[in-house]
Write a protein that binds this ligand. Structure first.
Ligand code: NAP
Length: 246
């Protein structure tokens, strides 16, 4: 049976992707940040996957740390034998206006959102090259496509993911490994629950469909990109924004 690893899968979009890929028949490796609250949430997600008849296990690691990603990749390979799909989902925001943003606030977001993707592309990409097959999907954002005031760090990290996706697609394509990204707009999760009412209504004005998305609507696109149906799709960034900026 094929195996998928999803980073930051203890809640929000990552948890939803884990359950969706379990429904698709993947065994699930659930990465979560090594904290007690994430452990409890991740165990809950793992149980939902097991209830769907697949195997699911937790792999705690801070994906901003290369050594932890290396240990995790080895552990997943040992436990499941293959790694057939990788979803780079873990991400954070630390918003603030550019002219007032301390350097550490910029670096923290780059480390979790961007550097982690390099770690996982490098480590899992090597496994998939040897296997001669694999599916990789990374979570970018509309902020990386269009920019967003107060998110210079986040927009930089997500724009980088789009370039990294195209580069990795070119390096891995001949080995039958596809590498794509999705760029969600406004999705209802704990990350966006933190926004003010004013920020929410401003976003909705720009959305053609006049509603936020549910995490399941991101998971279904990731599911497609991880499926055999997407065998000739690579290097792409698919926007899931209900028609933002059209
Ligand atoms: P979320 O609810 O905050 O979930 C993010 C997950 O990543 C959390 O479980 C978090 O754990 C984990 N994480 C953070 N830092 C980590 C680290 N260093 N190592 C391992 N795990 C870590 O966010 P979400 O809304 O589901 O977002 C998921 C992805 O979609 C992110 O990449 C985000 O940028 C992207 N996205 C979201 C939206 C949206 O509207 N929600 C839009 C565009 C793109 P902790 O709880 O411990 O921090």
């Amino acid at each position: 049976m094929a195996t998928a690893i999803i980073t930051g899968a203890s809640q929000g979009i990552g948890a939803c992707i884990a359950v969706r890929l379990a429904k698709d028949g993947y065994n699930i490796a659930i990465n979560h940040f090594p904290s007690d609250s994430d452990l409890a949430n991740a165990e809950n997600v793992a149980q939902q996957c097991r209830d769907l008849g697949v195997e699911a296990e937790l792999f705690p690691a801070n994906v901003a740390d290369y050594a932890q990603c290396e240990n995790m990749t080895k552990a997943v390979k040992e436990r499941f034998g293959t790694i057939d799909a990788l979803v780079n989902n873990a991400g954070i925001t630390k918003d603030g206006l550019m002219v007032r943003m301390p350097e550490e606030q910029y670096d923290a977001v780059i480390a979790v959102n961007q550097k982690s993707v390099f770690h996982m592309l490098k480590l899992v990409g090597a496994v998939m090259m040897r296997q001669r097959h694999g599916r990789i999907v990374s979570l970018a954002s509309v902020a990386g496509l269009y920019g967003n005031p107060g998110q210079i760090n986040y927009a930089a990290s997500k724009a980088a993911i789009i370039g990294m996706t195209k580069t990795a697609a070119k390096e891995l394509g001949a080995r039958n490994v596809t590498v794509n990204a999705v760029a969600p707009g406004f999705i209802k999760t704990p990350m966006t629950d933190a926004l003010t009412e004013e920020q929410r209504s401003h976003m909705l004005e720009l959305v053609a469909m006049k509603r936020y998305a549910q995490p399941e609507e991101v998971a279904s696109v990731v599911s497609f990109l991880c499926s055999d149906d997407a065998s000739y799709v690579t290097g792409q960034t698919i926007e899931i924004s209900g028609g933002l900026m059209i």
